[in-house]
Design a protein around this ligand. Sequence first.
Ligand code: PLP
Length: 305
Amino acid sequence: GRKPTLDRNLRAHPRNWKLYPSGMRVLALLDGTLADPEAPLFRADDLGVMRGDGCFETILVVDRKPRELGPHLDRMERSARLMQMELPDRESWERAGQAVIDAWPWESEPEMGLKFVCTRGIDGGDGTPHGFAMGMDVGQETKRKRDGGVDVVTLDRGYSPGLMERAPWLLLSAKTLSYAVNMAALREAESRGADEVVFTAEDGTVLEGPTSTVVLAQGRTLLTTPPASGVLPGTTQGALFRAAERAGWETEVADFPTSALFESDGVWLASSIRRVTQVRAIDGTPIKADDSLHTEIVDLYESNY
Ligand code: PLP
């Protein structure tokens, strides 16, 4: 029983939220109690801090309703399994998530990114995992990109065909806390004057973005990369494909070459927080980015909720 420490500010506010210079934050522990987002929570020798040894999920919550909560929790369990790591039970995550949702200032912030973070615990300890749930606002930049689209660069991820099956210790397709490489790729994109990244494999096939799934349209078919290629199975892509199939689209999960990005009728980056963001240019070359097709894709995704 870790006891939460509510600071004076939290006590003073009936809603328990706090707006920091970095944005809105609401923090809950796995027993469902709120905690001060500014107070220390992890020991310095926690393996999540020292080695990025842990897993996480980011869930979009709109007007108090979490999207794809089941698939997110399923995926977190899958990540923990791949890492051979113990994970607190589903009820703990649901309880902590609900505490954050209950404390969030919905009147002023109608959407929230809900993070579930879990580490392997203390180095040399008994393996008890440490976790929390935290609500964060969706930044203006993300919202702008949803509306205005993004320019991307393709960057080599170095995966060879069959790597995931051959080398399970690489944890490909697990959502681990080791995202330093993903963040470095985004800085590389920025240095090249682009907003986003599409990772490619050694054989030139398309993988995913550092925090997104790549989806493309070819006629009335939506296409994405299979998790067996080492990418994260996307919950947003899953939701989009579910709706597309209901609406009579074909969907396909198969490897495709980088050239397909340039020849398709549209390319999107899908993830919980960005939803479905349209790609406007790749490696400096404009691609087909039809406004009405974009609206149709967004409407399909939104029809789930
Ligand atoms: N691929 C990677 C590497 C990611 O980090 C993410 C999400 O952050 C996604 C894909 C998209 O997953 P989801 O749609 O479930 O958010």
